[in-house]
Design a binder for this molecule. Structure first.
Ligand code: PEP
Ligand code: CO
Length: 448
């Protein structure tokens, strides 16, 4: 029998990547307040997503999960949110067209404010301070007061997440995501993008199909109504456990607890220890869960995680997000896919082609090469297909803006271009053009 679970039972386990707050009373006040405030999402939505993920695991849908590596409070602006929404919608349109399947859209958004770090401190000259861990934990400027963890930032993160979600919900409910009006998602600087003509062709094709449906079924039909709205779900790495705990609660007419800070929390590579606090926390919530699976993952470890996190083998419950690095896929992925299948596990496999392909340029800039990202994706599609398995989604770090953080792509960005518009404070993201190009490459693999 597993020990009793509660939203705070994780405190009895070793917790990686956590910070010590200097003023526990202030932390307790913040958590109490967050627990009283309304949830960001509802259990209905969480269960609806779980059902969608179960469909994707059966091959009846494809999942697109994307957004910032780290959201920042400053970026909680209408243009930045709208452009992320636009690129997700454009990519999903390309994927729907390619796969002829529904696409489930999940934004790394409205909560992606805490980051794991490989070292606890940062040293500049002879000054050593705590590392910056995301806006939910501390502040980026290199001063002692900015880098001190501040519990009030948890509350600011919850509020920013609420503002972000409110805007997304208002846009999608108001018709912004209507498939009949893809022109709403046009991006002003994309006019001379290398892939824009191909994208436009897809848009025109879809418009024609919609006109056809409208003519047959009527513009006010149920089919047309469905096409008028899309759901956008949210996800983030559930890293800062006090934040996640504070929004975890029971709801009327459903059993158990839900983490209502997001629809889809995931466990990162650095916090997936079987006996650790993050696994303990996640085993007790009803949300669907993502687990990052890196090259260091063993079959025993992975099967152990599935036993703890999904004892009932529930459809849609577990998504395994492989992030191997292009050179490791061929060796590391097949044994894991085989072991999961042989254990009779129904999981959804996704590919995160970003985090295993990070490198540093000779001049010290963190980047990722588009070719390696696409290589990992293509190798993963092939491997799953060869094994009679299925890659049911992709997880990417992107922005809808014209940044230069990853090299390559149709415009052939080089290391020297990186200096032009590098804005990420953590990992390099695909820019608008690279994200769209990736969707087209993926769609080619998924054509029925
Ligand atoms: C991330 O997705 O931002 C991340 C840190 O990933 P991973 O845990 O896979 O390194
Ligand atoms: Co990242």
């Amino acid at each position: 029998m597993p020990e009793a679970w509660s939203p705070e039972s994780w405190r009895t386990k070793p917790a990686a990547q956590q910070v010590a707050y200097a003023d526990p009373a202030s932390l307790a006040r913040v958590m109490e307040e967050m627990g009283r405030l309304p949830p960001l999402v509802t259990s209905w939505e969480v269960e609806a997503l779980k059902a969608e993920l179960a469909r994707a695991a059966r091959g009846e849908a494809f999942v697109l999960q994307g957004g910032d590596c780290a959201e920042s409070f400053d970026d909680c602006r209408s243009d930045s949110i709208a452009s992320k929404l636009k690129i997700l919608l454009q990519m999903s349109l390309v994927l729907v067209h390619g796969t002829r399947k529904p696409v489930v859209r999940i934004g790394r958004i409205a909560g992606q404010y805490a980051k794991p770090r490989s070292t606890d401190t940062e040293t500049r000259g002879d000054v050593t301070l705590p590392a910056y861990r995301g806006d939910l934990i501390n502040r980026d400027p290199f001063t002692a007061s900015d880098r001190a963890p501040d519990p009030v930032l948890m509350l600011r993160a919850y509020e920013r997440a609420g503002l972000t979600l409110n805007f997304i919900r208002a846009l999608t409910d108001g018709g912004f995501a209507d498939l009949h009006h893809p022109e709403y998602w046009d991006v002003s600087f994309a006019k001379d993008s290398p892939h824009i003509a191909q994208y436009q062709k897809i848009v025109d094709g879809i418009r024609e199909s919609l006109d056809f449906v409208g003519a047959i079924a009527g513009a006010d039909s149920a089919v047309s109504a469905v096409l008028r709205r899309v759901d956008i779900y949210t996800s983030h790495e559930a890293l800062a456990l006090p934040y996640e705990q504070a929004q975890t609660r029971t709801v009327p007419r459903r059993a158990g607890h839900y983490n209502l800070s997001t629809h889809f929390p995931w466990i990162g590579m650095r916090t997936a220890q079987l006996d650790g606090a993050h696994v303990e926390f996640h085993r007790g919530i009803g949300n669907p869960l993502g687990i990052k699976v890196g090259a260091a993952m063993t079959t025993d470890w992975l099967l152990g995680l599935l036993d703890v996190l999904d004892p009932h083998n529930e459809p849609g419950k577990i998504t395994l997000i492989a992030r191997m690095g292009a050179p490791n896929v061929a060796e590391k992925l097949p044994p894991l896919v085989a072991a999961v299948r042989n254990a009779g596990r129904q999981v959804l496999w996704m590919c995160d082609p970003m985090h295993g392909n990070t490198e540093t340029t000779p001049s010290g800039i963190k980047t990722r090469r588009f070719e390696n990202i696409v290589d990992e994706l293509e190798a993963s599609f092939r491997l799953h297909a060869d094994m009679g398995s299925r890659l049911g989604g992709i997880h990417v770090e992107l922005t809808g803006e014209d940044v230069t953080e990853c090299t390559g792509g149709a415009r052939g960005l080089s290391d020297t271009d990186l200096e032009r518009a590098y804005k990420s404070r953590v990992d390099p993201r695909l820019n608008y053009e690279q994200a769209l190009e990736m969707a087209m490459r993926v769609a080619r693999h998924l054509r029925p």
